[in-house]
Design a protein around this ligand. Structure first.
Ligand code: G6P
Ligand code: MG
Length: 236
């Protein structure tokens, strides 16, 4: 796929921040664990499924599931437990987990968006910085609709639109392409190790959200998305 932005004809007068000689023109946000705590709902659903097949899924193991596709997550759990299943059974298991996850999500209220995130996105856009959502989740559109933030993004890329999940850079390169912004001018916000790897592989800067020991390759790590100061984009 050609990810270059030369075919773009959007003429936005960008207000740009100088970032070590690069100009930040776009911020790309992961969803689960960055905008809302759906990462916890994924964990609860996976842990319930793992228990059913006799595997004890710990929070530490769960770090490996963050950012990767539904089927890859199941395969990691099966590897952890030394269990092998037919493709047909794997499909059934993945569907079962998704039904439980969707059950949690459908009970979610717009107030569950992390504090400060709505304001951060609004302020970025007011400065002329483009904002995209890039989530490996096939449920991402449902989640942003439930949070009433689907109109707040210049582009949304989800797990239904890519072939390779994070740590492959495909999802971020596609987001940059949709925004008509060069990957080097993008900053990604990510809570998953696989997501940090994907951002760096895309040639983007990355702000990790979570623990510095887990996200050590990110350019900067913050505890919560809402605490990020836009001026910090200049210091990445
Ligand atoms: C995100 C989450 C993963 C999840 C994946 C697929 O990347 O971080 O934990 O497995 O999306 O989500 P889905 O809703 O399609 O099962
Ligand atoms: Mg995430």
């Amino acid at each position: 796929m050609n990810y270059s932005s030369h075919a773009c004809n959007i003429n936005t007068p960008f207000v740009t921040l100088n970032c070590n000689s690069i100009l930040i023109k776009a911020c790309i946000f992961d969803l689960d664990g960055v905008i809302v705590d759906t990462a916890h709902y994924h964990f609860l659903a996976w842990r319930k499924l793992a228990k059913e097949i006799g595997i004890n899924l710990t929070e530490a193991d769960n770090e490996r599931l963050k950012g990767v596709s539904r089927m890859r997550s199941l395969e990691i759990i099966l590897e952890l437990g030394g269990v092998s299943l037919s493709e047909h059974d794997k499909e059934n298991m993945a569907n079962k987990k998704n039904t439980w996850f969707v059950d949690y999500v459908e009970r979610m209220a717009p107030e569950e968006i992390f504090p400060g995130v709505r304001t951060l996105i609004k302020n970025l856009r007011e400065m002329g910085i483009k904002v995209a959502l890039a989530s490996s989740s096939k449920n991402a559109r449902t989640v942003v609709q439930l949070l009433h933030i689907n109109q707040e993004f210049d582009a949304i890329v989800d797990g239904t639109m890519v072939t390779n999940s994070k740590p492959d850079p495909e999802i971020f390169l596609l987001a940059a392409k949709k925004l008509c912004v060069d990957p080097k001018d993008c900053v990604v916000f990510e809570d998953a190790e696989a997501g940090v790897e994907a951002a760096l592989a895309a040639g983007m800067k990355c702000v990790g959200v979570g623990s510095p020991s887990q996200l050590r390759r990110a350019n900067k790590v913050i505890t919560k998305t809402g605490e990020f100061q836009i001026a910090e984009l200049e210091q990445l």
